[in-house]
Write a protein that binds this ligand. Structure first.
Ligand SMILES: NC(=O)c1ccc[n+]([C@@H]2O[C@H](COP(=O)([O-])OP(=O)(O)OC[C@H]3O[C@@H](n4cnc5c(N)ncnc54)[C@H](OP(=O)(O)O)[C@@H]3O)[C@@H](O)[C@H]2O)c1
Length: 354
């Protein structure tokens, strides 16, 4: 017997990718339900190669009998529906920013802090971090284990898919408009995104940083180590899928380039592509559709005592959202759902796909 899984936000960028990931990884589900707003009731979404699911409305859905909810309908919607789902007995794995910093909600990246999943018994909610944080901490973890990271300086190059479906349409429409000499009208972005970059992701905070920049700092500390200092500049770029990050690290102890490269090569979820030659690094377009976090351009940063610089790229919809959430669900059913039902097909996570 398998599990019953509900995907909330199933018509969105992340939700559609969650359905694809569940099917690709053969998650042990008997029943998968697609939920979205009342606007989408009756629409069809793909599940795997052959199946199609009819979308149901979240507002009136009864969560009794659902084991796991994979959720990405936006923070305000999660705040309202998640307590209803957990009350009915489901565990909610939430992709929005709603619960991430609540002390009794684990914030989990399986390659970094899988042990935190056990804390989900407190609220029945597990938070999936922000896409930019996920790919960064996957790359940082093996280096932190070796030489203790003291400070991180990161600049992101974030694709428009990170801001939802409508933002991808905006890049497409603006690009087309420029070619045919039509006027440009920013709607979801604050300025023209086609053939431009915008140093503004999410809202401004009182100290002049943006909320995306704040999230990278506080989430990294919650997942990896409360003593790490992080300063981020988050920039939206005219790329459809895949985030890039230029990262400078300052360590407590010395760490050579080659030792870092070896540790990263051994780390779960990481692929190192680092040749000092044309094409010897990975770009967002190449990472789109992939589940790994790619690390390139590993080099000494001579401006601090123990410094390294890296270039880190991942698919923000897959490892940055859907794949991370499904990995959490896999650990949940493997290690924490023993008493719910008897399952025959839950396999241990493979190191290569973690
Ligand atoms: N994109 C990323 O890289 C990424 C990564 C990590 C986390 N996230 C987070 O995940 C969330 C969704 O992102 P996205 O990129 O998938 O956005 P999106 O493409 O705009 O999709 C939003 C989804 O939420 C649903 N929704 C909106 N209002 C709803 C309501 N009142 N009730 C039920 N469903 C509702 C939409 O359904 P309708 O089609 O019916 O409107 C749609 O399925 C955001 O909180 C985002 O911050 C995104």
């Amino acid at each position: 017997m398998g599990f019953k899984v509900a995907v909330v936000g199933a018509t969105g960028n992340v939700g559609r990718e969650m359905l694809t990931t569940l099917a690709e990884r053969e998650f042990p589900a008997d029943d998968v339900v697609a939920l979205a707003s009342s606007r989408s009731i009756g629409k069809e979404v793909s599940f795997g190669e052959d199946d199609v699911l009819k979308v149901q409305g979240l507002d009136t859905f009864d969560f009794r009998g659902v084991d796991i909810v994979l959720s990405s309908p936006g923070a305000k919607v999660s705040a309202v529906f998640a307590p209803r789902a957990t009350k009915a007995g489901a565990v909610v794995i939430d992709n929005t920013s709603c619960f991430r910093m609540e002390p009794d909600v684990p914030l989990v990246v399986p390659e970094v802090n899988p042990q935190a999943i056990a804390q989900c018994t407190k609220r029945g909610i597990i938070a999936n971090p922000n896409c930019s944080t996920i790919q960064m901490v996957v790359a940082l973890k093996p280096l932190h284990d070796l030489a203790r990271i003291r400070r991180v300086v990161v600049a992101t190059y974030q694709s428009v898919s990170g801001a939802g479906r409508a933002s991808m349409d905006e890049l497409f429409n603006q690009t087309r408009a420029i070619y045919v000499n039509d006027p440009i009208k920013p709607e979801h972005f604050t300025k023209q995104i086609a053939f431009n970059v915008i140093p503004h992701c999410d809202v401004f905070m009182d100290d002049g940083s943006t909320k995306e920049e704040w999230k990278m700092a506080v989430e990294t500390r919650k997942i990896l180590d409360p003593d790490i200092a992080v300063t981020a500049t988050c920039v939206r770029v005219p790329v459809f899928i895949g985030h890039g990050e230029a990262i400078n690290l300052e360590f407590e102890q010395p760490l050579g380039e080659e030792d870092a490269r070896v540790a990263l090569r051994r780390a779960p979820g990481v692929t190192v592509v680092d040749h000092r030659a044309d094409e010897g690094y990975v770009t967002p377009a190449e990472a789109a559709g992939e589940d790994q976090v790619y690390v390139s351009r590993i080099r000494r940063d001579p401006t601090v005592a123990h410094g390294l610089a890296l270039w880190v790229v991942a698919d923000n919809l897959r490892k940055g959202a859907a794949v991370n959430a499904v990995q959490i669900a896999e650990i949940l059913v493997r290690d924490h759902f023993g008493s719910r039902r008897t399952r025959t097909n839950v396999q241990p996570l493979r190191r290569t796909t973690l």
